[in-house]
Design a protein around this ligand. Structure first.
Ligand code: B16
Ligand code: MG
Length: 217
């Protein structure tokens, strides 16, 4: 029986990928590194430190650990600044409606995001009140595809993974949901999230009716 829902943030509730892209692009331009939208796709759902390593590997660059942290912090400052422009108009179409409906029907709702800036994003969207529990990049040490962030969220909700549905847009996010024994909904193309139990191209199609009827017992 489904009792709770765990939502990823970027790519499910809002599209911060574009702001992450702009910040990584600015840092990469300053460093003389190649960075484009194709490479940005590889950063979907992975942590900040894993992201900079992907960019450095792509550019055949190796640096001391403290320099890597400094550069990742620089990128984060650019990103956090850009979040100031985010408003409650920046939900992905359908996301707010689904959250509202789930709350009305009495389901428990948690966030399960890799981002250390998740609370700031939710505040900009005025979305904090939808969530009983916030699991973010500060909650656990191991990032997706490890199931830890979703297990953290379900534990705090006091629910078993088998009673929760995870919404994810990243391949590694669906891997994490499956590894933790959660039900899963993939948002995006077949080649990215086709291994989810249920898949929609966009959040707009993920209506309460569609989701509820799929997971009804
Ligand atoms: P931060 P999600 C992820 O968000 C993004 O998809 C990913 O591109 C980013 O590197 C990661 O958050 C960490 O973000 O630098 O803000 O800690 O999809 O897990 O909500
Ligand atoms: Mg995501």
């Amino acid at each position: 029986m489904i009792k709770g829902f765990i939502f990823d943030l970027d790519g499910v509730i809002t599209d911060t990928a574009e702001l992450h892209y702009e910040a990584w692009k600015k840092l990469s331009d300053e460093m003389g590194w190649h960075f484009d939208r194709e490479l940005n796709e590889k950063l979907r759902g992975i942590s900040r430190m894993d992201s900079i390593k992907v960019i450095m590997d792509h550019n055949h660059v190796s640096l001391a650990d403290d320099v890597i942290v400094e550069l990742a912090t620089k990128k984060n400052d650019i990103y956090v600044n850009s979040l100031e422009s985010m408003t409650p108009d920046d939900y992905l179409p359908g996301a707010k409606e689904l959250l509202t409906h789930l709350r009305q029907e009495g389901f428990l709702v948690a966030l399960g995001s890799a981002s250390k800036n998740a609370i700031k994003v939710l505040q900009q969207l005025k979305a904090m009140h939808y969530f009983d529990v916030i699991g973010d990049g500060n909650s656990v040490a191991k990032s997706k595809p490890a199931p830890d962030i979703f297990l953290y969220a379900s534990e705090k909700l006091k629910l078993q993974p088998s009673n929760c549905v995870v919404f994810e847009d990243a391949e590694k996010g669906i891997d994490a949901a499956i590894a933790g024994g959660f039900h899963s909904v993939g948002i995006g193309p077949e080649e990215r999230v086709g291994h989810a139990e249920l898949r929609f191209n966009t959040m707009k199609e993920a209506t309460y009716f569609e989701v509820r009827s799929f997971f009804s017992d």
